[in-house]
Design a binder for this molecule. Sequence first.
Ligand code: HEC
Ligand code: HEC
Length: 494
Amino acid sequence: MLLAASTQRTIGLVILAIVFIGGLVYIYFNIRSARDELGSEIELAANRRPYMDDDELETKRLDLALGSSLVLLTITAITLPLYWLGEPGRHEGRDVDTDRIFTNRGEEIYLEGAQCVACHGSEGSGGSVSTAITTESGEFVAQVSWKAPALNTLLSRFTEDEVIHTLNFGRNGVMPAWGAGGGGPLTDQQLEEVVYYIRSIQIDEDQINTEVANGIREGVETKLRAESDAEWAIALREVNEAKDATARDVTLASRDTFGFDCTEQGDDPRCIADNEAAQVLLATEAEHAGALEAAVESWLADVDAVRQSAWDAALADNPALDNEGNEEDWRFAALELLSTPGEVEGQELYLEYGEILFTNTAAAGSYSCARCHTYGWSFDATGPYSLELHGTDQPILDEYTQGGGFFGPNLRGGTELEQFETAASHADFITRGQTIGATYGRGGSGGNGQMPGFGPATDSSPVGPTIGNSDEFSYPALLTDEQIDAIVAFERNL
Ligand code: HEC
Ligand code: HEC
């Protein structure tokens, strides 16, 4: 665009210069030619009759015609290049207008027309949709709440072309097909308008880092609450179980007696017990909040120590790794060790960290891998189910087969060691993601680009009619190299 702008401006300036210089040259020759002609006839030859003299011939009308032509010519000669000079500004203005109009219309579609907001949250912050799971043959299994990923980081994951593909065809039956291509109600231009709106709500790198870090902490917390042998953890598990038990009693009572409700039957012993359990839970949570926080910190510090020891071990193997320019080699040498069982003490802990990243629940799972690679993860298939809400008391799965394949392929059983010869090329794939039509690894197909990239992204062919679209758009990474490495090590050991 800049190039185009300066070309137009240059052409404008050149024309202006030609007009100006041409004008000067004309004036110069005009003055010269106004002198008396050499050898012109002084007296009329005897055989000639005198014709009307100049004054008679050059009437006022001729003066007027010539004069106004000159004025018009001057105006044309000057305004034409001036118009060219203003052209880039007009393009910019048009781009700004188009941007604004498309973004506003996109917002309208997001909020009203297609109500993306109902599932994806306000400003694309992520949400969920209630949907029925059925068997393959169509029998009802359960009513579930399915995570709808945040769209305010979407353009870090996918190019706009890839987004248009998803909008056209939907996903897994829970994300409707919106585009005419997939039988949906929106035109191609409306899809572009939605993309313009999505462009306008992307969050920055700091916000992303904070969300990811909060998700990690939550994952560590959940893990420690479930598995830690510390006193605080045992106490918390006890009071949580007691609360679950009293809550179950209340639920069963309301199933037995139609209309049973603790807000009205507050003096029922089961309601009193449940109320008390809730108080105890609250107090115990408050009492141990500090210990929990400290345990999370120390767990993360232990992971750091394992990573550091792998970097040290890699350097001990090859002292040239800390030479300038070898940062990447050092990183991947350490990653190879962290991915290989028995090479680094504490590898199990590092892999647990990788699993927490793989299943990061922040922003409706947008930073996770499990939402596409693990069946049931997006709808909490192992979670507590209640007849009232889900139509069943039984969880759909006893446990997840992490990375067992769903929308994305199975990653288990050493498949990734086959697909990617080295941890480095594996990490590179996670960083860039899959590109429409491009192959990857040893035999990765050129699909629809539906495997997101988790590193920084640039989009060099954004959609829409904006002239300035020859510009590239850049978006921040969703995961740091350090986080991607932990996931890679986890996947290489699935
Ligand atoms: C009825 C709920 C619902 C509505 C309405 C909806 N979506 Fe979705 N959308 C989902 C769910 C659920 C997913 C995740 C599907 C999955 O897990 O496979 C999704 C996935 C997506 C994805 C893929 C994102 C990613 O990172 O994988 C995009 C893009 C998207 N939706 C955009 C939109 C837009 C734009 C609209 C409005 C035009 C919209 N959605 C309306 C439920 C919805
Ligand atoms: C939006 C859904 C989605 C998410 C989220 C996702 N993937 Fe994928 N992934 C895919 C799809 C689809 C493919 C298959 C791509 C193809 O072949 O076209 C794939 C392929 C892969 C492969 C290559 C598998 C093989 O053997 O060919 C790896 C490795 C992988 N994903 C890892 C990850 C990791 C790690 C994450 C999280 C950081 C992740 N994926 C998040 C959809 C997803």
